[in-house]
Design a protein around this ligand. Sequence first.
Ligand code: TYD
Length: 195
Amino acid sequence: MSKFIVFEGIDGSGKSTLSKNVFQLFVSRNIPAELFREPTNYETGLRLREFLQGKIHLNPEEQLKLFISDRRASVTRNIQPSLNQGKIVLLDRYYYSTAAYQASEQNSPQDILDLNLKENFPIPYKIFFLNINPESAMKRIQFNRSEIDVFENLEKLTSIRNNYLSILPDSAIFLDAMKSEEELLRDVLDSLEMH
Ligand code: TYD
């Protein structure tokens, strides 16, 4: 069985918290697992974070190229080695994020997904989508953060969410992001048939 589990959602949906909670639970049960995120902490990922903080400008085409090259680093340096060791890999954002966030007039979400699929990146076993309406996500972001990323405004979050809905496979598991941390953790374990 492939053990590759991906968490997706718009900014403010709480996917980083949920993926950390799932990871900690695996650790507490001595289940071999790794938690990674994209953008990575490698050179490509650091450059992407500069872009996300508004420190450098990248047009949609440049963003797309850099997110895909960062994903190559993510796959070859993080994901694949851990899967080869038989570990469960939990990943906070994957190519569905690129499809949802880098879509532009030139490239539809589906075009971007297809570009990623052509790279032969590993296919996730489960995709969890933290579903939240953009207004609630925006409130959380304004309440929690000192720094606001370039994508964090209501109009952008709304179109990003619509992009996600247009490309997520039917097998994606929608979680209600307004639930408590405990309930969400239980929902994930139920879906993984772990109790
Ligand atoms: P996020 O995952 O929310 O992490 P943090 O807690 O560091 O804010 O932020 C990553 C940002 O990167 C988010 O705004 C979405 C964006 N992103 C893309 O635009 N395309 C991608 O392919 C990925 C992986 C992320």
